[in-house]
Design a protein around this ligand. Structure first.
Ligand code: 5MM
Length: 344
């Protein structure tokens, strides 16, 4: 696998008007999501739900790749087609979450470090053979009183860089995801500062580990105030602070940047992405800005489905609508009128 091949895959992941759908919830997280709609999390209910998402008609027009959980990569649709094959037929790149989750960081109460490097080379080799063309590793950075610590940022940056180097060695494009959480009472400036410091540290580690930036996609949070902050920000403020932060800390060689939604409402996540692309204008930024949303793409469809086979078609239409809205937002062409089309 050459750098050029990795670069081609990465460019496909951030193709104009397309983004990534994250459906890689671990057992604990999908259990929580299902509990909220009164559905038991079993191998079959998870398969049925992921079937709905993966086989939604037309989804490949707006979604370039889907991030799967290990179990899903090995499952098949109701029609008996392996999901990885269904994705390729729809023109969608199969991706895989390879981290083993965020664990408590010793000596640092309230902070976590993501684990999963042991045996990663072998697991990546198997995932590549199963058809995965990109991978994801998520690190979590918590803002709080005296948090984050330097140790937390550095430990996570080191692990992200080691993971990314192993991915490229195995012909897989790494999505590097340092997520600064938006759960606290901090203002947007604090989020900006922590995000900038985190990204600078991550890119230093990537450089040290000799990761080729052209064959990598960054998945990051936007600069937003914490959910408990009394002063919330306008879409223009979120967009200008986020773009400035990325310009300061992300090298131009990176293939593309995709955002996580992090607990933003589905519509806020779309509006924020659209505002950034509309403000910047075509060709103004060194990298395409798109989406890799989990909850902001899935939540409306999950609620519509509610575990009922009879709701699959309606849930797929809701998913397609959100995907289209975000695909347009990746071009700066989303409008209120488009948002309201589904209801109409
Ligand atoms: C889809 O959720 C992903 C899996 O999370 P866990 O490993 O905790 O179960 C998650 O990594 C997700 O891809 C990112 O957080 C982005 O999702 P959101 O919902 O923030 O857009």
């Amino acid at each position: 696998m050459t750098i050029r091949e990795l670069e081609n895959t990465a460019m496909g992941m951030v193709a104009p008007g397309k983004g990534i759908l994250a459906i890689d919830e671990s057992f604990a997280t999908i259990g929580k999501r299902f509990q909220a709609i009164g559905v038991d999390s079993t191998e079959e209910s998870r398969r049925a739900y992921r079937d709905l998402l993966i086989t939604a008609p037309g989804i490949g027009e707006y979604v370039s790749g889907m991030i799967l959980f290990d179990e899903t990569l090995r499952q098949s649709s109701a029609a008996g087609v392996p999901f990885r094959q269904a994705l390729v037929s729809a023109g969608i790149l199969p991706g895989i979450k390879v981290d083993k989750g965020a664990k408590n960081l010793a000596g640092h109460p309230g902070e976590q470090v993501t684990e999963g490097l042991d045996g990663l080379r072998e697991r990546l080799g198997e995932y590549h053979a199963l058809g995965a063309r990109f991978a994801k590793w998520r690190a979590v950075i918590t803002i709080g009183t005296d948090l984050p610590s330097r140790a937390c940022i550095e430990a996570n940056a080191h692990a992200l860089a080691r993971y990314a180097a192993l991915c490229q060695e195995q012909g897989i494009v790494p999505i590097v995801e340092p997520e600064v959480l938006m759960d606290w009472e901090n203002d947007i400036e604090r989020c900006y500062e922590v995000t900038e410091a985190t990204l600078r540290t991550v890119f230093t580690a990537l450089y040290t580990q000799r990761v080729a930036l052209e064959g990598l996609v960054l998945k990051t949070n936007m600069a937003v105030p914490g959910k408990q902050c009394a002063r919330q920000s306008s879409p223009e403020e979120v967009a200008t602070r986020t773009i400035r932060c990325l310009r300061q800390a992300v090298p131009a060689a990176v293939a593309g940047i995709v955002f996580l939604s992090g607990g933003q409402s589905a519509q806020d996540a779309t509006v924020h992405l659209n505002t950034m692309n509309a403000l910047a204008g075509p060709g103004e930024l060194p990298w395409p800005l798109s989406f890799s949303y989990g909850r902001a793409l899935q939540d409306p469809a999950l609620k519509t489905w509610a575990g009922q086979a009879a709701n699959v078609g309606a849930a797929q239409r809701v998913l397609l609508h959100r995907s289209r809205c975000n695909g347009l937002a990746a071009l700066g062409r989303y409008t209120n009128a488009i948002e309201n089309e589904l209801a109409a």
